[in-house]
Structures are given as structure tokens and as C-alpha cells.
Design a protein around this ligand. Structure first.
Ligand SMILES: CC(C)(COP(=O)(O)OP(=O)(O)OC[C@H]1O[C@@H](n2cnc3c(N)ncnc32)[C@H](O)[C@@H]1OP(=O)(O)O)[C@@H](O)C(=O)NCCC(=O)NCCS
Length: 197
């Protein structure tokens, strides 16, 4: 029997987590800006951030959804979500911005993005393997992260969503998030949504 379990990520999950984070990013834009960069190369850069506990992609801020097929084989990571105290955003983003600046001419643009701030537990990236979507895995990850935020004493969780992603927004609305403002993300107008917990 197939079974999905949500658990805290481990360092050795980094390559799987990076593969999924890249699905949630506007990766084509990064690749277009950097000659010779491949999806594999970019994923490997993200993997180094996931392995680093001082970045906002650190495995220590991440939960994974693992699929066990019930035949005794090793579980497969099919979904991820990372989240952290919004007040830590600047500190956790710094090593990422610096590495991107060193690697890419356009990397400095990431510096200008302000996704979150004090007063909310911020849900940064969510991604589920394309072949496993619409089975409730994303919702399970939200539930686990919101529980973590609540246990840590937060009263609000926040996220941003691209205005061009109505399906994702519909999911967030269903989970109880409402729009509280707008933020700019590398030229995309994003809705800032929050849920009181
Ligand atoms: C958003 C996402 C994490 C949801 O995961 P999920 O496991 O499909 O979530 P659930 O099964 O709990 O809920 C499904 C709902 O998610 C929404 N959704 C958002 N994007 C979707 C997508 N690309 N494909 C399918 N459903 C999507 C729909 O409202 C869907 O409802 P439906 O099944 O009635 O159509 C997943 O679709 C995904 O990885 N999308 C691409 C990456 C992304 O856009 N991440 C968010 C920005 S960081």
C-alpha cells in the first residue's frame, strides 16, 4: 500500500529538495541570463544552499513528503516546503544573495527582493512532483508547516503568490489565506497572503 509521510528534512535529502525547489522557481529567467548554465547546474547551486543551515533554503527549515510504495524500497521524496521566522529573512538570505552575486551578473537582483519580514512565519517555497499533484500532498505540507509555526508561538503564516498563478492562489484561499498586500519579485507582481493561526 502506498503511503505518504511528512517529516523534517535531513541533510542527505538536499539533492531531492533542490530538484523540487527548482520546479517552483522562474528558472528559465535565470538560465536565460547566464550563458552556459543548465537546469542541472542551477539545481546543484540550490543543493549547496539546502545543505547550508544558515540559508533560507537550509534543510533545517524544510519538511519533505515521502512516498513509500510498500514494497520495501527506499521512500521517494515527492514534495517539499521550507519556512522560517520572517524576522530572520535578511540574515538567511545574505549567504544566498552573496553566492548568486559571485556566480551570476544578474545575481544582485535577488538582493532587492523583500519577500517577508517580522510578524509572520514565512512559507518560502512549496513544490510537489508534477506526477503527484492534486492528491493532497501540498495541503499536507501546509498543515505540517502551520503546526510547526503555531508550536513556535507564531500567530500568522505568510506567503507570496504570483498573480499569474490562479491555481496556486485557489489552493491558498482554500487553506484559509487572504490577500493582505502586494510585493514585487524580480518584476513579477505578487500577492502577499496571510493566515491567522
Ligand atoms: C502548488 C503545489 C505545491 C500544490 O501541491 P499539490 O500536492 O498539488 O496540492 P494539493 O493536492 O493539496 O492541492 C491541489 C490544488 O493545488 C492547486 N494547484 C496549484 N498549482 C497547481 C499545479 N501546477 N498543478 C495542479 N494543481 C495545482 C489547485 O488548486 C489544486 O486543486 P485541484 O486539484 O482541485 O485542481 C504544486 O501544485 C506545485 O508544486 N506547483 C508548482 C510549483 C509552485 O507553483 N509552487 C508554489 C509557488 S512557490
Amino acid at each position: 500500500m502506498e503511503k505518504i509521510t511528512v517529516r523534517d528534512a535531513r541533510k542527505e535529502d538536499a539533492a531531492d529538495i533542490a530538484r523540487l525547489i527548482v520546479l517552483a522557481w522562474p528558472v528559465e529567467e535565470f538560465l536565460a541570463m547566464q550563458e552556459g548554465l543548465t537546469v542541472e547546474g542551477f539545481t546543484d547551486i540550490i543543493r549547496t544552499f539546502v545543505e547550508d543551515e544558515t540559508t533560507l533554503y537550509g534543510y533545517n527549515f524544510t519538511k519533505v513528503a515521502e512516498l513509500e510504495s510498500g514494497d520495501g524500497s527506499v521512500g521517494k521524496i515527492v514534495g517539499i516546503m521550507n519556512g522560517y521566522d520572517g524576522a530572520m529573512y535578511g540574515t538567511l538570505k545574505k549567504p544566498v544573495s552573496e553566492a548568486l552575486k559571485r556566480k551570476f551578473e544578474s545575481g544582485g537582483d535577488f538582493d532587492k527582493v523583500v519577500e517577508t519580514g517580522p510578524g509572520e512565519f514565512y512559507l518560502d517555497s512549496a513544490a510537489v512532483d508534477p506526477s503527484m499533484r492534486s492528491r493532497g500532498i501540498g495541503s499536507m505540507l501546509f498543515e505540517a508547516m502551520i503546526r510547526k509555526a503555531s508550536e513556535a508561538g507564531f500567530h500568522a503564516v505568510g506567503l507570496i503568490v504570483d498573480e499569474d498563478k490562479p491555481k496556486a492562489e485557489a489552493l491558498y484561499q482554500r487553506l484559509g489565506f487572504t490577500t493582505v498586500g502586494y510585493r514585487d519579485f524580480l518584476g513579477h507582481r505578487m500577492k502577499h497572503m496571510q493566515k491567522n493561526i
